[in-house]
Design a protein around this ligand. Structure first.
Ligand code: GLN
Length: 487
């Protein structure tokens, strides 16, 4: 078996039995990136030296009979808006083109502590604003299943890297679907944890009340393991929850008994592609076959999720991105007349058009007179969406549904129509607004050969339920074992 096709568990087995070394594993992935990433476009920075050094350390620890850590010698690709000490972190923006963080994000420190091998930094929509990775200032990432199609976004580099066999694991971020949607488009697993489950220290902020870091992987077990490493209390992030971290990897194979699954009828109404609907219905039948009961539920305010999200996220973004003024941070224009002109020129030159659109939308919605009418109202609707989930989860354990209305769209297809692009976040953004965890798992392939994802949502802090239920489905199906025909 080729190392770059192996799952995380398979790689760990090979490493622990000393059949292969971490240096061999790292070299296999680095060589694959060198050979094929020009075409895929997943990586913005490859850290060959750093990766090989970390791999050698993992090998030395094993040779000395010590534990190499939960991810000892496993390569990980990190979304390029997570700070890595000494390694460029661009957020796919000209604004931070040359930013080299002086510190590691909490998740990066956890990865290093557990022996992970950081391969490099992967592409995204600029500052994570987008659903296609097309707003990256640096390069286009293709969907490994069909290079004319988008890998999704904003964690498109993460999902494409895994789908193409350029990394077994990746750290992504999800503010309104950015882990789950690209996972769905690329046929891999992606999990957005409960808000506060994973520290945001060192994650460059987009919308702070929605942002959450999480894992992408080939299979459910890979995500469970990566989450195991990155989750947990961190006093450096005041919103990070001080709650115990369950043994997700240890409990993964235990099926859930008497599972009650909720299905939202409205999600299958207009706008959902027939093939996606059929795949999701078939997945629900798999659970029924495993003894689950299925119940129709309602989320009455879910239809307002896109409008609510696209007010709250830009408002927070406009505030968070104010720091990029060319003085404290980021690109500074060379030509300007006075101080105000310097700000305008620096920001005008270095932000792309989608980022500018968000800043303008947010600034406008927060301005005096509009604040009550838009921002405050959006906060109230957000509360009602959360209430809908609280009510639903009194009746069911999990909610199953589509991740996205369609399979991966073509690159460029929605670029000129931001509203259509925003509307496609209908099924994912609800989880961010409510703060609950959600997972996307491979659940089908369309006639055109593009992956289809299944989304499972669980109550806050019930990642255990999410992972075990996902694993139950995975055991019955083989979608997660498929590779693009071109590979
Ligand atoms: N597509 C959404 C947006 O553009 C989600 C982005 C994200 O989750 N980072 O805002």
């Amino acid at each position: 078996m080729s190392l770059t096709r192996a799952s995380t568990d398979e790689l760990l087995q090979l490493l622990d039995s000393r059949e292969v070394s971490a240096v061999e594993v790292a070299t296999a992935f680095l060589d694959e990136i060198e050979a094929r990433d020009e075409q895929i476009g997943a990586f913005l920075t490859v850290d060959r030296d750093g990766a090989l050094t970390a791999a050698r350390t993992a090998d030395e620890r094993r040779a000395a009979g010590e534990s190499a850590g939960l991810l000892g010698g496993i390569p990980v690709a990190v979304k390029d808006l997570v700070c890595t000490r000494g390694l460029r972190t661009t957020c796919a923006s000209r604004m931070l083109e040359n930013f080299v963080p002086p510190y590691d994000a909490h998740v990066v420190r956890r990865l290093r502590d557990e022996g992970a091998v950081l391969l490099g930094k992967v592409n995204l929509d600029e500052f994570a604003m987008g659903s296609s990775t097309e707003t990256s200032a640096f390069r286009r990432t293709v969907n490994p299943w069909n290079s004319e199609h988008s890998p999704g976004g904003s964690s498109g580099g993460s999902a494409a890297a895994i789908a193409a066999g350029l990394a077994p694991l990746s750290i992504g971020s999800d503010t309104g679907g950015s882990i789950r949607q690209p996972a769905s488009f690329c046929g891999v697993v992606g999990l957005k944890p409960t808000y506060g489950r994973v520290s945001r220290y060192g994650l460059v902020a987009f919308a702070s009340s929605l942002d959450q870091l999480g894992p992408l992987s080939r299979d459910v077990s890979g995500s469970a393991r990566l989450l195991q490493v990155i989750a947990g209390h961190d006093p450096q992030d005041a919103t990070c929850l001080n709650v115990p971290v369950p043994d997700w990897t240890g409990q993964l194979e235990q099926p859930l008994e008497g599972l009650k699954i909720g299905v939202v009828a409205e999600q299958f109404a207009d706008g959902l592609d027939d093939e996606v609907a059929a795949a999701v219905r078939a997945a629900v039948e798999v659970y029924r076959g495993l003894g689950a009961t299925v119940e129709e539920i309602e989320l009455p305010h879910a239809r307002h999720s896109v409008a609510t999200y696209y007010l709250i996220a830009p408002c927070e973004a406009s505030s968070n991105l104010a720091r990029y003024d060319g003085v404290h941070y980021g690109h500074r224009a060379e030509q300007f007349d006075d101080m105000v002109d310097m700000y305008a020129a620096s920001r005008g030159e270095a932000f792309g058009s989608e980022v500018k659109r968000r800043i303008m939308l947010g600034t406008w919605a927060l301005s005096s007179g509009y604040y009550e009418a838009y921002y405050l109202k959006a906060l109230k609707v957000r509360r009602l969406i959360r209430q809908d989930f609280d009510d639903a989860f009194r009746r069911v354990d999990l909610i199953a549904g589509p991740v996205t209305p369609t399979t991966a769209f073509r690159t460029g297809e929605l670029t000129g129509d931001p509203l259509a692009m925003y509307l496609a976040d209908i099924y994912t953004s609800i989880a961010n607004l409510a703060g609950i965890p959600g997972i996307s798992i491979p659940a089908g392939i369309s006639q055109a050969g593009l992956p289809i994802g299944l989304q499972l949502l669980a109550p806050s802090l019930e990642e255990d339920r999410l992972l075990r239920a996902a694993r139950m489905y995975e055991r019955e199906t083989n979608w997660h074992t498929r590779w693009p025909a071109s590979l």
